[in-house]
Design a binder for this molecule. Sequence first.
Ligand SMILES: [Zn+2]
Length: 450
Amino acid sequence: MGELDLVVRARRAVLEGTERAVSVGVRDGVVVELAAYDAPPGARQTVELAADEVLLPGLVDTHVHINEPGRTEWEGFRTATRAAAAGGVTTLVDMPLNSIPPTTSVQALDVKRAAAREGAHVDVGFWGGIVPENLDQLAGLHDAGVMGFKAFLLPSGVEEFPHVSYGQLRRALELLAPLGALTVVHAEDPDVIDHAAAATGPSYAGFLASRPQQAEDQAVARLVDLARDTGARVHVLHLSSATALPAVAAAQAEGLAVTAETCPHYLGLSAEEVPDGATPFKCCPPIRGTANRNLLWEGLRQGVLTCVVSDHSPCTPDLKQLATGDFGLAWGGIASLQLGLPLVWTEARRRAVPLTEVVQWMSRGPADLVGLGHKGRIAAGAAADLVAFAPDQDFTVEADRLEHRNPVTPYAGRRLTGVVRRTWLRGTPTDSDGPRDSGEARGRLLVRQP
Ligand SMILES: [Zn+2]
């Protein structure tokens, strides 16, 4: 037993779903001891949180599009992981598309890993992709340690990542089920979308009508059937339509391996407040009305939805069509990696939802989804990924103070509650508050745990 490297003392800490005072002992980047707040063990360094701070486990964001290499001008590992660290996210999982190459082969995964290794400020894992022509690559990607596989049921927005038909997805699930691999799906039904009027111009109502709830509801119902037929583990990405929740709940009650996530923008924003022409709010599926949003909160509190993750999907300002405000032409995606916790917490607080539940959805839930049992919790044996969070401090979002590459955000000027004051990755402070690009990158590349 060597000396502890670090002890963090907190009058308030979120542990095992409850809040209590604690002294967290860290050695070699791992939590090795949870001691009484009043009886901290000796250590080389002791940090005492301020009276208005709560100690949280680092957030785990399993839905992040980093785009490097190939579209690094949209977002890269260095900028995205700096934004993550500033927002208390210590682990993220990169989506397989929008980079070139997309992560649809082991060689492409190697390319992504080489890019990430250079600049990651937090730990990074990878999703593999399912496209029509790569079913022979899935076992190799699984063996190479991807966290699971992503598929689209309709055009993804980039031509090098084509979508699969339900039949093609079924064949992929049949291959993946015996491996125990997780498949995550962008679930909007292409036929329903094709029958809706396409979005053009600055009307938000027009855009919303082009992505009807029935598209999600129909796709989720088909996915549940595929999970039942194949025995594969299926996860619904960025669920926006609350009328799809009963199908997810019924699948879970039936014992199927079906899970679902939602995102901060669906929880914190409503269609009624999106101005016409405000393309920074464009994402797919879209931000829907207030009544729908209230039902998403219900779905979380009832445990039907188990994760809140960013779907951080940035691009360059020109692709957001800021000048024309055209919802038909603008790239769909909201960059919010750095703001997820305050966005969700601001709204949770208004609804009297405790911080412990928010932490469950943003740390433990996503960690468990991808099998990272040592992440997303403050517990003996877990990584010492920690966040000092001031839950009662307000701030105003300033786009140019966000760390992601292009300062485009629908949240500019918004008043939020909850400030991430400090982040530790495996017991070491992240350097997000240091001068830009001067810090030492400390993130590691993660592989799926057996
Ligand atoms: Zn996404």
